[in-house]
Design a protein around this ligand. Structure first.
Ligand code: CU
Length: 229
């Protein structure tokens, strides 16, 4: 992550003189209203019967040079971020198969609970083709952790660890061609407002690395709206 951060900072310093429109990106990073809706994928058999099936694809990046922050990375090019956006919309009472490409390095997670898979169908996630219930707590890059809010009738809690890439596989510019691929499925309940965040301390040094992107919407957290189809 440090290597990527230095590289990103270098890019900013070189690019600052020629980027006239950076103010636009600063404004958009503060309040990213873009929403990615899940893609219909037929129906699927579950223990709860045959349910509508949807897919949702996202990525976790070691900086903000991809995703929703603009081609210059926005106000914080070196901040880790999810992309292409951090707000998602999915239908109620449906199976949502989420696929995340994870391009970042990492280290030990603070709380081992978040190195295990929780709340998915079968309690597993498929990581690089293999079904697992947990990952090495010493090598976590990010997590995707979904919580219900009080106005949601159904309780929903899903948490999936995204293993880190070894530092040797993080290129000095661009992204690894071999990200970790994490796939899991969850069943949504009633329509309502949910939120998700990352539980790996991938932020900056403030508040024990829960600052910066960890405490800013549009980077390591966002909305997860469950709507009636
Ligand atoms: Cu994170």
């Amino acid at each position: 992550m440090n290597k990527r951060l230095l590289g990103a900072l270098g890019t900013v310093i070189i690019g600052a003189g020629v980027i006239a429109g950076i103010g636009t990106y600063v404004a958009s990073a503060k309040n990213d209203s873009r929403v990615l809706a899940a893609t219909p994928a037929g129906t699927i058999n579950t223990a709860q019967g045959n349910l509508p099936h949807y897919t949702l694809d996202m990525s976790a990046y070691p900086d903000s040079m991809a995703g929703s922050h603009g081609t210059t990375g926005g106000k914080h090019p070196g901040w880790v971020t999810y992309g292409p956006v951090t707000n998602f919309q999915v239908p109620a009472h449906s199976v949502i198969t989420v696929t995340i490409k994870q391009y970042d390095s990492g280290a030990r997670i603070t709380n081992d609970f978040f190195a295990s898979v929780h709340g998915t169908i079968d309690g597993t996630a498929i990581i690089n083709g293999k079904a697992v219930k947990s990952v090495d707590p010493e090598a976590v890059g990010h997590t995707f952790t979904l919580h219900g809010l009080s106005d949601a009738k159904s309780q929903l809690f899903v948490s999936v660890p995204l293993p880190s890439l070894p530092d040797a596989l993080i290129p000095s510019s661009g992204y690894s061609k071999t990200p970790n691929t994490i796939t899991f499925s969850l069943i949504t309940g009633d329509a309502g407002k949910y939120v998700w965040n990352c539980e790996y301390p991938c932020g900056d040094g403030t508040i024990a690395r829960f600052g910066g992107p960890m405490s800013t919407q549009g980077y390591m957290s966002g909305n997860f709206d469950v709507v009636n189809a």
